[in-house]
Design a protein around this ligand. Structure first.
Ligand SMILES: O=P(O)(O)OC[C@H]1O[C@](O)(COP(=O)(O)O)[C@@H](O)[C@@H]1O
Ligand SMILES: [Mg+2]
Ligand SMILES: [Mg+2]
Length: 322
């Protein structure tokens, strides 16, 4: 059997700046540690609520806090990292070392409501160039087009890491001895699909165009789309996006009228942007509404929310046309 390429060899083959390779290696190592804690579950005290509400006004789970600490500690210990920002921290945390070149933003544990039911969760990471070695919050507010890398780890039946540095998308599976081995060399999203993902329980709150698009899918072969659709909702963006990268589909978390001043549920800097970079690099489209590319949105706040409609390119065009 031929030996598989590991993450280190893949990073070397991309001829990245050494500091970027170091940053990605540190993020990937943190995901291995988080995987161990996720796997331990109740045995290691990882389930349940932490009793604290985060800056998003959401109750933190213990695993949100633990994962955040693992990533923060391991990334700030990496000399290539100038600072970090997270869903679980009010503001950014600059590194104390003067050599950092990259900013790392993360959703340490995505799909928090899945933790206690042993369903898939993940970690999402975005990497930007640091304008200075002592970054401020304003330095992190760069549009997604400025990302130099994005990755996620999904802690499911297998543990996988999916990475882009702007040269396509590659997938790695965690081996029993803790190595990230390449199993998916060049991931592409099929342009067409018959599968959509949306939280249907919010249907009555959506804008008219989203209602029309989903209604067309639900009518199946008898309706305007002329084909039957399947629906999936894992309640962890990381797992829904992973499915789309593996077999196509669309994922929507649209604006809705319950809180009209909130643009959506998901966060731009550490959910929308890294996933949009991965989806675009795999040939899909990642938008706010079928039209506006997420990567072109100019951020104004670290924890900014954004509507999301991403996935198979032709299907995202259908969302735009609805
Ligand atoms: O509760 P809902 O409406 O199903 O929302 C699920 C969505 O919320 C999220 O869990 C938000 O992420 P966090 O768990 O990181 O807060 C997404 O991963 C997922 O797509
Ligand atoms: Mg999340
Ligand atoms: Mg989270």
């Amino acid at each position: 059997m031929t030996a598989r390429t590991d993450l280190a060899a893949h990073l070397a083959s991309l001829a990245l700046p050494q500091a970027l390779s170091q940053t990605l290696t540190a993020a990937a190592a943190a995901c291995v540690e988080i995987r161990k804690i996720v796997s331990g579950g109740a045995l290691v005290g990882a389930l349940g609520a932490s009793g604290v509400v985060n800056v998003q006004d959401e109750e933190q789970k213990k695993l949100d806090v633990i994962s955040n600490d693992v990533l923060t500690d391991m990334l700030l210990a990496c000399p290539a990292v100038a600072g970090v920002a997270s869903e679980e921290m009010d503001t950014v945390q600059p590194a104390t070392n003067p050599t950092g070149e990259y900013l790392v933003l993360f959703d340490p544990l995505d799909g928090s409501s899945n933790i206690d039911i042993n369903a898939p969760v993940g970690t999402i990471v975005s990497v930007l160039k640091a304008p200075s070695a002592t970054p401020t919050e304003a330095d992190f507010l760069q549009s997604g087009r400025h990302q130099v890398a994005a990755l996620y780890a999904v802690y499911g039946g297998q543990t996988m890491l999916v990475l882009t540095t702007g040269q396509g998308v590659a997938g790695f599976t965690l081996s029993h001895d803790g190595q990230w081995l390449m199993t998916h060399e060049r991931i592409t999203v099929p342009a067409d699909t018959k599968e959509f993902a949306i939280n249907m329980s919010n249907q009555r709150h959506w804008a008219e165009s989203v209602q029309r698009y989903i209604d067309g899918c639900l009518q199946g072969a008898d309706g305007p789309r002329g084909k039957n659709f399947n629906m999936r909702w894992v309640a962890a963006m990381v797992a829904d996006v992973h499915r789309i990268l593996m077999r196509g589909g669309v994922f929507l978390y649209p604006w809705d009228k319950r809180e009209p001043n909130k643009p959506g549920k998901l966060r731009l800097m550490y959910e929308g942007n890294p996933m949009a970079f991965l989806i675009e690099q795999a040939g899909g489209k990642a938008t706010t509404d079928g039209k506006q590319a997420i990567l072109d949105v100019t951020p104004t706040e670290l924890h900014q929310r954004i509507p999301v409609a991403l996935g198979s390119a032709n299907e995202v065009d259908q969302i735009a046309a609805a």
